[in-house]
Design a protein around this ligand. Structure first.
Ligand code: ATP
Length: 378
C-alpha cells in the first residue's frame, strides 16, 4: 500500500493525483488540473509582453495545484505576408478545445492595413467563440501617478464585443468616383444587447452595486433608444443595482472629472472602445491596461490581452511595459477559477509598482520588470 502511494506521488506533474490513504484502499480524491493555453504573441511588442506574462503564469502555477501548457501560434502580420492570411483557414478549430487564449498585440499598419489584421484574426476569434463581453479594469496601481492626480477610482468597463458598430455589415459603391458611397451598419440585436447589459448588472452586483449604461440616445434614435429601453427593462430585475444612463459625451467628461463616482460602465462596441482608451489614460497609460474577451457562459474559450497595440515605435527596444499583459494573465487565471493564483499575481504587480518599478514609461526594461514580478511572487 505504501509503495503504491509513493509511486502515485511520483508520477509526472500533469498526471499527479493526491491520494488519500485509508486502511483498505487508496482513493483518488482530486486530479491536478492542466490548462492548455493558446499563446498568440502577434506583432511588435506583443511577443515580448506575452513571454513575460507566460513566465509569470508558469511561476505561479509551480506553487499551486495546477499546471499550464502553452501552444505558441505564430499568427501575426508577418504570418500574413508569408501566407496571405492572418491565421490558417482552420485557425478557429486549432483554438477550440484549449482552455484560454493569451494574446500579445496584433497589427503592424506599415506592413498590413489594420482593417486586414483586425478582421483576419481578432474579430473572427471574438465572434467564433462568442466572446461578447470585453472587460477592462481601470484603477491606479500603487505608485502609479495618473494624469488626474486622483488615486481613488476603480472602474470596470464592460464593452459589447461582437456586434454594434463593429458588426462589419456595410459596403462601398462607386469607389474612387465623386459619387462614392460608404455604408457601415451598426447592428443591435435584442439578444446581444440584453446579454451584455445583464453581464454588466451581474458585475455591478459583485462589486459596488452601481451600473452606468452609456448611449447617445438623444442623437441615435433607433439603436440607442432601444439600448436604453432594454436597460430599463432589466433594471426591474436588478432592483439592488443603482442604474444611471449617460450619453457618451457626458461619460467621457465624468471619467476625467469624477471617475470615483463610477463602478461598472457598460457600453456598445464603439463607445466602449473609445471610453476604455480614456480609462487606460487615466490609469497611467496603455502599459497598465488589461483586458479580457469573455464568453461569460463558459460554453467556449475566452481570450485575454493587454489593451495596447503592437507599439511599433518601441518594438524591439526591450522597454515595453509587460504589466498590462501580466495583469491580463491574472484575469485569465481568475476566469479559469484559479482565483488564488490570480490574486497572487496582482499582489506581486502591486508590490513592485508600489516601489516605483515599471511606473515611469521607458525607465525600466521589460525583462527587469518581469524579473521583479517573479521575485515578488516568491
Ligand atoms: P492600436 O491601433 O492597435 O491601438 P496604436 O499604435 O494606436 O495601436 P499602441 O500600439 O498601443 O497604439 O501604442 C500607443 C502608444 O503607447 C505608443 O507610443 C506606444 O509606444 C505606447 N505603448 C503602448 N503599449 C505600451 C507598453 N506596453 N509599454 C510602453 N509603452 C506602450
Amino acid at each position: 500500500m505504501m509503495d503504491l502511494t509513493r509511486s502515485l506521488l511520483h508520477l509526472p506533474m500533469c498526471l499527479r493525483y493526491q491520494a488519500e490513504h485509508t486502511t483498505r484502499s487508496i482513493r483518488i480524491v482530486s486530479k491536478m488540473k492542466t490548462y492548455s493555453i493558446a499563446l498568440i504573441p502577434g506583432d511588435g511588442i506583443g511577443p515580448a509582453v506575452t513571454e513575460a506574462a507566460w513566465q509569470v503564469v508558469e511561476a505561479v502555477a509551480r506553487g499551486a495545484d495546477f499546471t499550464v501548457h502553452a501552444t505558441r501560434l505564430p499568427w501575426s502580420c508577418d504570418h500574413y505576408l508569408e501566407t496571405g492570411a492572418m491565421m490558417p483557414e482552420d485557425g478557429v478549430e486549432i483554438l477550440r478545445g484549449r482552455d484560454a487564449i493569451l494574446l500579445g498585440a496584433v497589427g503592424w499598419p506599415r506592413k498590413v492595413p489594420d482593417s486586414i489584421s483586425l478582421h483576419g484574426l481578432l474579430l473572427p476569434i471574438r465572434k467564433a467563440f462568442r466572446q461578447y463581453a470585453n472587460i477592462r479594469p481601470h484603477r491606479l496601481l500603487p505608485g502609479v501617478e495618473g494624469p488626474l492626480r486622483k488615486s481613488e477610482f476603480d472602474i470596470l468597463c464592460v464593452r459589447e464585443n461582437t456586434e454594434g458598430e463593429y458588426s462589419g455589415a456595410g459596403g462601398r459603391v462607386h469607389q474612387g468616383t465623386e459619387d462614392e458611397v460608404a455604408v457601415e451598419t451598426a447592428i443591435f440585436t435584442r439578444k446581444g444587447v440584453e446579454r451584455i447589459l445583464r453581464f454588466g448588472f451581474e458585475q455591478a452586483r459583485r462589486r459596488r452595486g452601481k451600473l452606468a449604461s452609456v448611449t447617445k440616445s438623444n442623437a441615435q434614435r433607433h439603436s440607442m433608444v432601444f439600448w436604453d429601453e432594454v436597460t430599463h427593462e432589466l433594471a426591474r430585475e436588478y432592483s439592488d443595482v443603482e442604474v444611471t444612463s449617460y450619453h457618451i459625451d457626458a461619460m467621457a467628461a465624468r471619467m476625467v472629472m469624477a471617475p470615483e463616482t463610477l463602478d461598472v460602465v457598460v457600453a456598445s462596441n464603439l463607445f466602449g472602445d473609445v471610453l476604455t482608451d480614456l480609462g487606460a489614460a487615466i490609469q497611467g497609460g496603455l502599459g497598465f491596461a488589461a483586458s479580457a474577451n469573455l464568453n461569460p457562459d463558459r460554453s467556449t474559450l475566452s481570450m485575454f490581452e493587454p489593451v495596447h497595440g503592437s507599439a511599433p515605435d518601441i518594438a524591439h527596444l526591450g522597454i515595453a511595459n509587460p504589466i498590462a499583459a501580466i495583469w491580463s494573465a491574472s484575469m485569465m487565471l481568475d476566469h479559469l477559477g484559479e482565483t488564488d493564483a490570480a490574486a497572487r499575481i496582482m499582489q506581486a504587480i502591486e508590490a513592485i509598482t508600489a516601489r516605483g518599478m515599471g511606473t515611469v514609461p521607458g525607465e525600466h526594461k521589460t525583462d527587469d520588470i518581469t524579473r521583479a514580478v517573479l521575485t515578488a511572487l516568491h
